[in-house]
Design a protein around this ligand. Sequence first.
Ligand code: 2P0
Length: 332
Amino acid sequence: RADAHGPFHAASQAQPNIALIKYWGKRDAALNLPVVGSISITLDSLWTRTQVRFTPEQTYDRVSLNGRSDEAEAKRVTACLNLLRERAGVAWGADVASQNNFPTAAGLASSASGFAALVHAGANALNLQLSDAELSVLARRCSGSAARSIFGGYVEWAHGQRADGTDSVATPLLDADAWPLRVAVAITSTAAKQIGSSEGMNRTARTSPYQSAWIDTQEADLATARDAIHARDFDALALISEHSCLKMHALAMASQPGLLYWNGATMECMHRVRALRQQGVPVFFTVDAGPQVKAVCAPSAIEQVKAALRDVPGVLDVHDTGLGAGVRAIAK
Ligand code: 2P0
């Protein structure tokens, strides 16, 4: 049970992460277990800050995201807080206020930073003493990619073997400082995506003829990326990351109806990144379930990469970020 003495509030900050070896597909919807492991980098200048306040007499949750209420998001927040209430043995309602400094639901991993920050702040508010691994498992149940944003730098989220999912957890591979790559994020649309990731993954599993090939080849990709990260081998990481990205999109495109997350500018940015690499610039692209392009590069190349992406017709803005830390408390 939670300590009977309040105040039961806390605030946490988490950063989004970008998968280099992609997560796509669920083997258990209730526990949110993935069909494949994945590897990501946690970012530093994009953030979600979330404040959670539990009130013992309150029977419902009130949720505000960037100052607005959104019924669909509020349902996911309540489902996520239920996991924490279960742990604490309480039924208290909460007031949740969350802010992002970047566009939500547009392929910029707002659910990763959002649910990592929510689980961390909610656990602190209830005085639950949870390990990072336990936080990662809880975050995973709220949104798969959130498991990875518990940690900073280079992170692997394991497929896991146990039926209860307690070993499908993220662990850090390498600190951000040990290999401080930079990321240019080209924004090509600020509209919310039409098909969310969960729905897209379900459609893919049901209808894409490439699903089994995707699952069968992932372990080798993970091993290649792990080795590249430990060796700080940029070229090897570039090749395997672009491969995983394009393979995930090919898998999703082959669904019925096909999932097309790219627009024309997305495609142009990918070509532009490849042209830069051909000229010797250390940069590679990755694209998630949305039209933004993330170009990962050596620190010395960031200005050139940003300038090249800004020059692509249809690019609205280019953000620039480094690699950052895991979730942390900002108030208790
Ligand atoms: C990833 N994506 O590895 C992959 C690549 C998007 C493309 O994780 O249903 O929001 O909440 O577990 O974590 C986005 O999916 O999905 C995602 P749920 P999530 O980053």
